[in-house]
Design a protein around this ligand. Sequence first.
Ligand code: COA
Length: 291
Amino acid sequence: MILRKASLFLLLSQIVSNSSEFKGSMTKRQNLMSYTNILTEVKEHGFWITINRADKLNALNILTLQEIKAAVNEAGSNPAIQVIFLTGSGQKAFAAGADIAEFAEFNIEEGTKMSADGHAVMDSIENSPKPVIALVNGFALGGGCELAMACHLRIASDNARFGQPEINLALIPGYAGTQRLCQLIGKGRALELLLSGEAIKAEEALKIGLVNQVVTIDQLHQAGEIMAAKITSKSPLAVAKVLACVNDHYASERNGFLTEINAFGACFGTSDLKEGTQAFLQKRTPVFTGH
Ligand code: COA
């Protein structure tokens, strides 16, 4: 099974590298912004963001969250990038939550601002026109679970643990955990996690739809690349439209049905749709350029 997936990855990578638009970008040197608490790297069409506070189990202090937001925006505006990976350093934690030491003495105003700013970070991930894949390499607790949920897809290593333990601190999730958990796993199970504060194992997270896939920790990055290859072989214009339409299903101020009608129509103004349909009719593999 793994071998079959690996060969699919190679095949799809080949298809992507056949695109003249993307050929140059693979060899181009990338001038990446520098950050303090995260590491960034460009590999092929993927932008890798690694939370780099392993000694604090990658706890999300304010600087780290702002850097993640900046990096997602950086990846979003880089035309060579088609997919974004988000993971944690080490083998113990994706992120063990917001940094408790940082917010312990906050007052009401500071707490409200912390939550509003955190929401903006999560929204920037969810609204990214490029798919963001969380590679959850251990604890994803509190803000870490919320961060994973803001991503479009989640692959977990089998040692991962998910939970919203804020209730143990007489707190509640502040980065939209009460909302996205309901969206992903339904109200009943969401309330169980939110009210008990208990963490669940990766396999349980898979069973209830909180993650898309579970692999061993050694396979985590490769599994992400295989999943990404399935997406990067498609037109990035169509990919961005799917993300926007699905997001609008959950946006009360917008009508996802209408978004879909307009996005569907807009596809007919792209060269990629012409290429996709012609390639089908000519029984060949399409070469998308993102135009
Ligand atoms: N905020 C700040 N620091 C954190 C943290 C967090 N959310 N989670 C872990 N850390 C720090 C610990 O304080 C410790 O730092 P120290 O070595 O300077 O004392 C270090 O990370 C290692 O954590 P530790 O608790 O010793 O590891 P453990 O293996 O015994 O336990 C956890 C792991 C995840 C069970 C435990 O760290 C934990 O419960 N973290 C908090 C989870 C949480 O409540 N998140 C929601 C916050 S709103």
